[in-house]
Design a protein around this ligand. Structure first.
Ligand code: AVI
Length: 324
C-alpha cells in the first residue's frame, strides 16, 4: 500500500498488479490462444483513458451524449430514489462527468466513492469533485473493479447506491457480467440501489460506425494496446502492420473490436515470440448490446430486481435502477 495526500483527498493506491495476473501474464496467455485476445481493461492506461475521452466526443459515438441527456432528464426522479446521507459508489468512474449530474440533483449524497483502474484519471476526477463539492466526502479507490474488493471505510454506515454508467457492463461476457453483478450485490449490500447504463440493440450500421469512426480515434484507441505492450513489455509491434476492425456479431449481440495483422509476421513481447498469419486477428473488445428485458433477466440471475428504467428511443440507450 502506497498512500499519498493531496488537497485533502487521500488516495489508497492499491498495488493491483501485485494481486492476480499481471499485464505480462495476461498478454502471454492471451496471445497464446488459438483466437488471440486481450482483456479490454488494458486499454485504460493514461494514453488510453485520454483517447477514450476523445471517443466520447465523436459524432459517431452516441452512448456518452445519449446517456448524459437521459440522466439529465431523469435527474429529479433519480434523486428521489437516493436516500438521505447516501454513499454513491461508482464503478469505473473515469472523469466522473456523469456523476456530477447525479450529485447536482441529489445534494443528500454524503459520500462519493469512485473506483477506477486508471490512477491518473481517478486522481484528477477525485480532486476536481472534491473542489466542486466541498461538503462531500470523497473516498477514491484505485482498483480493478472486476476483482473482489472492499468499500472504503468512509462508506460504512451510509445507505449505498451503486452507479455504473456508460454501458461498461457491456464489455463483460454474460458470465462475467453475472459474476460482476453478483459481486456488486454482495459489496453494496442488501437493499442497495444500483443505477446501471446499458446500450441497447440498434441498426448494425449505427453500431459499427460508433466503433469505427471517420477520424480514426477508435482505431488509435485500439492500437494503443499494441503501443502499451511496446512501452511496458518491451514489445516490437509495428502499429502500421495492424488494421483496426469493428464488426457486429449478431448471434452474440455484440460489437467486436479486433486488430488484424496485415501480413504474416512474428512479434516479440514479454520475452516471447508470437506468430501472426496474414489476416489473423487479436480480439481486443466485446461491447454487448442489450434489450431491457434481456438485461433484467441477466441481473435477476445475479439476485437483482429491475425496479425502474429510463430509456431513450433514438439512439436507443437505457439507465436502469436495480434493487438488491
Ligand atoms: C467503456 N466502454 C463502454 C466502451 C464501449 O463502447 O464498449 C469502450 C469503447 N470501445 C470502443 N469505443 C468505446
Amino acid at each position: 500500500h502506497q498512500r499519498w495526500m493531496f488537497s485533502g483527498v487521500r488516495l489508497a493506491m492499491d498495488a493491483a498488479a501485485e494481486r492476480g495476473a499481471t499485464f505480462a501474464e495476461d498478454v502471454v496467455e492471451g496471445l497464446s490462444k488459438p483466437q488471440k485476445s486481450l482483456p479490454p481493461k488494458y486499454f485504460y492506461d493514461a494514453e488510453g483513458s485520454r483517447l477514450f475521452e476523445a471517443i466520447c466526443e465523436l459524432a459517431e459515438y452516441y452512448p456518452t451524449r445519449t446517456e448524459i441527456a437521459l440522466l439529465g432528464g431523469a435527474a429529479a426522479e433519480i434523486s428521489q430514489v437516493i436516500p438521505e446521507g447516501a454513499a454513491l459508489v461508482e464503478f469505473g468512474s473515469g472523469a466522473s462527468v456523469k456523476t456530477r449530474i447525479v450529485l447536482d440533483a441529489a445534494p443528500q449524497v454524503a459520500v462519493y466513492a469512485p473506483i477506477d483502474i486508471s490512477r491518473e484519471a481517478l486522481a484528477d476526477a477525485a480532486h476536481a469533485i472534491n473542489q466542486d463539492y466541498p461538503a462531500l466526502t470523497v473516498a477514491p479507490l484505485a482498483e480493478d473493479f472486476t476483482r473482489a474488493l472492499q468499500l472504503p471505510a468512509a462508506v460504512d454506515g451510509h445507505p449505498v447506491v451503486g452507479f455504473f454508467p456508460g454501458s461498461t457492463i457491456g464489455n463483460f461476457t454474460p458470465e462475467e457480467a453475472r459474476s460482476f453483478l453478483d459481486g456488486a450485490r454482495r459489496l453494496l449490500g442488501q437493499g442497495a440501489a444500483f443505477l446501471v447504463g446499458i446500450d441497447l440493440v440498434k441498426p448494425q450500421a449505427e453500431l459499427v460506425a460508433a466503433y469505427d469512426d471517420a477520424l480514426g480515434v477508435t482505431a488509435a484507441f485500439n492500437k494503443n494496446l499494441l503501443a502499451r505492450m511496446n512501452r511496458e513489455l518491451g514489445g516490437d509491434f509495428d502499429l502500421e502492420a495492424f488494421a483496426h476492425r469493428a464488426r457486429w456479431n449478431a448471434a452474440q449481440s455484440r460489437v467486436e473490436m479486433h486488430l488484424e495483422s496485415r501480413r504474416a509476421q512474428a512479434v516479440k513481447v514479454a520475452g516471447r515470440t508470437f506468430d501472426f498469419a496474414a489476416g489473423e486477428t487479436l480480439h481486443t473488445e466485446n461491447s454487448y448490446k442489450f434489450t431491457v428485458e434481456g438485461f433484467a433477466r441477466l441481473a435477476a440471475e445475479a439476485g437483482w430486481r429491475l425496479e425502474r428504467e429510463w430509456a431513450s428511443a433514438h439512439p436507443a440507450f437505457a439507465v436502469v435502477l436495480l434493487r438488491a
